[in-house]
Design a protein around this ligand. Structure first.
Ligand code: NAD
Ligand code: UDP
Length: 336
């Protein structure tokens, strides 16, 4: 079974590539390395001891994408490739709509052409917007308040229309909550470009001395300690969720959407405390106002994925904190 992994050199894609190889799949990795390094490919090979083809191809480059399908008998696609920085999407919406939405359209068109009609897609809990109350269930109304979120919502609509138009399409739309952690080898992990937007890479960069202190964005939320609550999920659990979703669409017809989260919410203060405790490191903090667009509380109801995909997150918050730190401390400057 040959699986094309778009965005396979990225944070979640690389961990999923490892799981797929360890499950016995063959993979073809595709990435334009706009937000990742080619070195990731070597690391995946060294963790798994397996070889595979990788292509430096941009999804927007239709000819080169077709060549990948021409050269490889692809059975299904796991589609991670996309831009993901909320702030940048507000500043440069065209860049985001073009890369994420047009990129996905070109991919679907090419898949149609080569009669490959099975896809697992990376959506996000951001599509639940500001108005739903956690725990979030897959049937809740969707809305977004930034272009990045809108690209995810639009792509979900496109994929639903596609599966309605042609029942041969089998799509698994996965709404991720907050992936953190890294492979236990410490060889692959999250390697943000420049100043991190997300909490955990910020914490690990403070811990390793790249940044002086962490800024907590708001302590006046209606939560138990006033700081924002999120559903942090170990990236290896998330990767295993992809393997389960893939298995499902390879075996059975139909299109469906699943939350991939733990169902447990931790506040910013709690995450910092667990990190400090797990790794015996002090994280200096300072307080600022709320970050625009942030919700107070966001965590999943993970029951549907448990029932239908037979998947549940297994790693706890200490595993997440330890593995994040192992990656950062072994690779202080990421893949550089
Ligand atoms: P990432 O940036 O580490 O990985 C994405 C990869 O896609 C990168 O390696 C990048 O170089 C590549 N890419 C981007 N545009 C491309 C294009 N046009 N052609 C080929 N390759 C391209 O991000 P990630 O954290 O691994 O996220 C993977 C997916 O999951 C993204 O679609 C993201 O929106 C989604 N997601 C991520 C999170 C998160 O917190 N990390 C949460 C929810 C959803
Ligand atoms: N956060 C913070 N300081 C930072 C980055 C994030 O206090 O430097 C907070 C943010 O306000 C939110 C939580 O940490 O409450 C998780 O933020 P992240 O950006 O990681 O995830 P998202 O908000 O996209 O779910």
């Amino acid at each position: 079974m040959n699986i094309l992994v778009t965005g396979g050199a990225g944070y979640i894609g690389s961990h999923t590539a490892v799981e797929l190889l360890e499950d016995g799949y063959e993979i073809v990795l595709l990435d334009n390395f706009s937000n990742s390094k080619p070195e990731v490919v070597n690391r995946i090979k060294s963790i798994t001891g397996k070889d595979f083809k990788s292509y430096k191809v941009d999804l927007l480059d239709k000819q080169r994408l077709e060549k990948v399908f021409e050269e490889n008998p692809i059975d299904a696609v796991i589609h991670f490739a996309g831009f993901k920085a909320v702030g940048e999407s507000v500043a440069n919406p065209i860049k985001y709509y073009k890369n994420n939405v047009v990129g996905t359209l070109i991919l679907c068109e090419t898949m149609n052409r080569y009669n490959v009609k099975k896809m697992v897609f990376s959506s996000s809990a951001t599509v639940y917007g500001m108005n739903n109350t956690s725990p979030l269930t897959e049937d809740m109304p969707l809305s977004t308040n930034n272009p990045y979120g809108s690209t995810k919502m639009m792509i979900e609509m496109i994929l639903n229309d596609l599966s309605y138009s042609d029942r041969d399409w089998r799509l698994s739309i996965l709404r991720y909550f907050n992936p953190i952690g890294a492979h236990e080898s410490g060889l692959i992990g999250e390697d943000p470009n420049g100043e991190p937007n997300n909490l955990m890479p910020y914490i690990t960069q403070v811990a390793v001395g790249i940044r002086d202190k962490l800024t907590i964005f708001g302590n006046d939320y209606p939560t138990h300690d006033g700081t924002g609550v999120r559903d942090y999920i170990h990236v290896v659990d998330l990767a295993k969720g992809h393997a389960k979703a893939l298995k499902k669409i390879l075996e059975k017809q139909g299109t469906d959407v699943f939350n991939l989260g733990t169902g447990i919410g931790y506040s910013v203060m709690e995450l910092i405390r667990y990190f400090e405790e797990a790794n015996e490191i002090n994280i200096p903090v300072t307080l600022s106002g709320r970050r625009p667009g942030d919700v107070a509380v966001c965590y999943a109801d993970p029951d549907k994925a448990a029932r239908i995909l037979d998947w549940r997150a297994e790693k706890d918050i200490y595993d997440m904190c330890r593995d994040s730190w192992r990656w950062q401390s072994k690779n202080p400057e990421g893949y550089k």
